[in-house]
Write a protein that binds this ligand. Structure first.
Ligand SMILES: NC(=O)c1ccc[n+]([C@@H]2O[C@H](COP(=O)([O-])OP(=O)(O)OC[C@H]3O[C@@H](n4cnc5c(N)ncnc54)[C@H](O)[C@@H]3O)[C@@H](O)[C@H]2O)c1
Length: 328
C-alpha cells in the first residue's frame, strides 16, 4: 500500500538514498532539508522538496503522513568537539521539535539514524545493542540523548520507533553518493587520492592490537542500509514493532576491514598506487568497531546483500568519477 513519508535530511547522503528506495517502492516522499550539509541535487527525482529546518517541522507535518524517517543532523565528530553547542541545538533541539510536531499531527511511526558512536570504546566486539553506551564525543552524546528521548516518547505517548545504529556507511546507489565537506570518511578520502585531489592517504596509527596494526571498522553498503529502513517501516506497520516499543538495531556487516585492507581494495579497484603515510593515532579512535547485526536479522529479517568490500568501493568509485566528470 502506498504510504506517505517525511524524510528529514533527504538531501544528504543516507537520507537521499533511503528516499530513492522508498520512491522505487511506489511511496510518496517529502524531503525536509535546510541544505546545511546536503545538496538540492541530492534529493531524488520524484520526491517533493521543502527547504526548511527540522526545528520548524510543525509547519509542514500533518496527519496525511504515515511515518517520519529522521536523518537530519550534524555528524562531524571533530566539529562536535570544537562546537558542542551546535550539535546539541541541531541534533537534540531539532529532534525535540520534530517529536512535538509528530505528537501534534498524530504521526506515530519513526525511524531514526542513530550511530555506533553512542557506544564509545567497546569492551567487547562484535558490539551488541546491550553493550554499555559511553560516547567519547559530543556527536555520539547527542545521538544517545535522542535515543533516550525517543524511548520516553514511545513509553509515554505510544510512538512506535526504530533507531538504527549505523556503523561505517559507504558505497553509492542510483547516482547518489557520499560528499561530505570536509570529508572525514575513509573510503571517499582514499578515492580522492585516486582522483589526484589528494597526494596521499594518512593512516592514523599502525600500532593497534589488530592483525596489520591499523584500525578495523565495519563498512556497510548504503543500499543495504536503505533496505533496513524499509524493513523497519514494514515491521512497525505490521505491528511486529508495536506502538510503545523503541527498537534499537545495530547495522553493520559484522565483518571488519582494516584501514590497510581498505586502501589495498581501492588500489585494486582503481588501479592507482595510492601512496600512504603513517600519522599519529587520533585520540578516541578505538582499535576495532564491528557490529553484531543479530537484532536487525531477527527483528527485521535484514541481511546485507553487498557485504563484499570490493563492491562497496566499486560503487563509491563510480560515483566519485561521475562527480569528477560533472565538474565544469
Ligand atoms: N554516513 C555515516 O557513515 C553515518 C554513520 C552513522 C550515523 N549517521 C547518521 O545518519 C544521518 C545521515 O548522515 P549523512 O552521512 O547522510 O549526512 P549528510 O550530512 O549527508 O546528511 C544530513 C542532512 O541533514 C540536513 N540537515 C542537518 N540539519 C538539519 C536541520 N536542522 N533541518 C533540516 N535539515 C538538516 C543536511 O542539510 C543534510 O542534507 C545523520 O543523522 C548521521 O548522524 C551517518
Amino acid at each position: 500500500m502506498t504510504q506517505r513519508y517525511l524524510v528529514t535530511g533527504g538531501a544528504g547522503y543516507v537520507g537521499g538514498t533511503v528516499a530513492a528506495h522508498l520512491l522505487e517502492r511506489g511511496h510518496r516522499v517529502t524531503v525536509l532539508d535546510d541544505l546545511s550539509t546536503g545538496f538540492r541535487e541530492g534529493v531524488p527525482a520524484g520526491a517533493e522538496f521543502v527547504e526548511g529546518r527540522v526545528q520548524d517541522a510543525a509547519r509542514w507535518l500533518d496527519d496525511s503522513y504515515d511515518a517520519v524517517l529522521h536523518f537530519a543532523a550534524f555528524s562531524q565528530v571533530g566539529e562536535s568537539v570544537a562546537q558542542p553547542e551546535k550539535y546539541w541545538e541541531n541534533n537534540v533541539g531539532g529532534t525535540m521539535a520534530l517529536l512535538a510536531a509528530m505528537r501534534a499531527a498524530g504521526v506515530r511511526t519513526l525511524v531514526f539514524s542513530s550511530t555506533a558512536a553512542t557506544y564509545g570504546e567497546p569492551e567487547t566486539v562484535p558490539i551488541t545493542e546491550t553493550a554499555p553506551t559511553a560516547p567519547t564525543n559530543p556527536y555520539g552524546a547527542t545521538k544517545l540523548a535522542v535515543d533516550h528521548m525517543i524511548a520516553g516518547e514511545c513509553a509515554a505517548h505510544g510512538l512506535a520507533a526504530t533507531s538504527l545504529r549505523y556503523f561505517n556507511v559507504a558505497g553509492a546507489y542510483g547516482g547518489l553518493g557520499e560528499r561530505h565537506d570536509p570529508e572525514s570518511h575513509l573510503i571517499p578520502l582514499v578515492l580522492q587520492v585516486a582522483l589526484g585531489e589528494r597526494e596521499a592517504i594518512a593512516v592514523y596509527g599502525d600500532d593497534y592490537p589488530t592483525p596489520d596494526g591499523t584500525c578495523v571498522r565495519d563498512y556497510i553498503h548504503v543500499a543495504d542500509l536503505a533496505e533496513a529502513h524499509l524493513l523497519a517501516l514494514d515491521a512497525m506497520t505490521a505491528g511486529t514493532v508495536p506502538a510503545g516499543e523503541h527498537l534499537i538495531c545495530n547495522l553493520g556487516n559484522g565483518n571488519g576491514f582494516s584501514v590497510r585492507e581498505v586502501i589495498e581494495t581501492v588500489r585494486k579497484v582503481t588501479g592507482h598506487p595510492i601512496p600512504e603515510r603513517t600519522a599519529a593515532r587520533r585520540p578516541g579512535d578505538p582499535a576495532v568497531l564491528v557490529a553484531s547485526a543479530d537484532a536487525a536479522r531477527e527483528r527485521l529479517g535484514w541481511t546485507p546483500s553487498r557485504p563484499d568490500l570490493a563492491d562497496v568501493v566499486t560503487d563509491a568509485w563510480a560515483f566519485a568519477r561521475q562527480r569528477e566528470g560533472d565538474r565544469p
